[in-house]
Ligand binder design. Structure first.
Ligand SMILES: [Mg+2]
Length: 331
């Protein structure tokens, strides 16, 4: 017998979470629960406002039609033009089939801002490589350059991942680079999308000697009908956000192509609840065990959902307490 449920969740965010100029006071989304042969699989479908093209309602409509077919005995069609749906359904099926690894990679690159002193205690607890992430491009590039330099100067074994979200012109990116001592530049693992266009970002990488990573460019590239991974060379790393990329088979394919070309693939969150986030940690352990995932987003929430992230002290809301919006089972 097959059973499927769709829950609607709404979780309060920590005050002061701002995404692309929008204040995010709560996170909402759908949790799909599949059951068959005593097995269960969960999937989170949570388009992120300002990042996903699809709306919550569009994602819901598509999800219901796919689940209806599955309940009636058909295949669960997980491929979709809506990346959040493709990710959530394929992950639910992956878990249902027992394919998702049990162990997770719960060590993440801490997201930090401002003060190196805040970072010391966090880094102290990190085993192995000390990698942190800093958002740049929000203020003057000179300020970012000075800050990054300060971090690298005061913590000698620190490596940084920076993310500029395409904020800079080539000129501004070069201004930033000027303030980072050449001796420290190799400890910047990468800057995600430094410039407004991929072309400028590549020019910046060549001129500054700093490694870059694709995030938005990857999301756009995989939507192209004639997508070829080779077009993405020029960067040292790719950041894979499954909720924005789509089916986990596509994510696995990207990881494997990156690895075969010597690029590093980093699994990252799109601010999923702890349900999706813990699954991403398991996925990362399974497919990218060499690279610390970018999953330090639970701290943006006031509450977890259903699955507790190891070590987190946030309260855990029950799935059964969320609104059960749709349920069906086969005869
Ligand atoms: Mg990014």
């Amino acid at each position: 017998m097959r059973k499927a449920n769709i829950y609607y969740y709404q979780l309060p965010m920590d005050s002061g979470v701002v995404l692309r100029q929008n204040k995010l006071t709560q996170r909402e989304g759908w949790i799909v629960e599949l059951m068959e042969n005593e097995q269960q699989g969960l999937g989170e479908i949570a388009p992120l406002v300002g990042f996903s093209k699809e709306t919550l309602d569009e994602a819901y409509a598509e999800t219901v039609s796919r689940l209806q077919t599955w309940i009636e005995g058909g295949e669960l069609e997980c491929h979709s033009e809506l990346p959040s749906v493709a990710f959530g359904l394929s992950m639910a099926q992956f878990e249902l089939q027992g394919l998702l690894g049990k162990e997770g990679m719960y060590q993440v690159a801490p997201l930090c801002s401002g003060d190196p002193d805040d970072l010391f205690p966090v880094l102290d607890k990190m085993e192995g490589e000390k990698i942190a992430k800093i958002k740049v491009g929000l203020y003057e590039p000179i300020r970012d350059g000075i800050l990054v330099n300060l971090f690298l100067e005061s913590i000698p074994d620190l490596q940084l991942r920076l993310d500029a979200n395409r904020a800079w012109s080539l000129d501004k990116a070069n201004q930033f680079a000027k303030y980072v001592s050449p001796a420290y530049r190799s400890r910047i693992r990468y800057i995600e999308e430094p410039c407004k266009t991929p072309h400028e970002s590549i020019t910046f990488a060549i001129e500054s000697g700093m490694a870059i990573a694709w995030d938005e460019t990857l999301q756009e590239a995989v939507r192209e009908p004639d997508f070829s991974f080779e077009l993405l060379t020029g960067a040292k790393s790719i950041v894979i956000k499954p909720s924005l990329i789509g089916h986990i088979d596509l994510c696995i394919d990207l990881v494997q192509k990156a690895q075969s070309l010597g690029l590093i693939a980093v699994i990252s969150s799109s601010i999923e609840s702890s349900v999706g986030l813990c699954q991403l940690a398991r996925f990362a352990k399974q497919y990218t065990p060499e690279s610390i995932p970018g999953l330090d987003t639970l701290q943006l929430f006031k509450s977890q959902l259903h699955t507790a992230w190891p070590g987190s002290t946030l309260p855990v809301a029950k799935l059964a307490d969320q609104a059960l919006i749709w349920r069906q089972q086969s005869d």
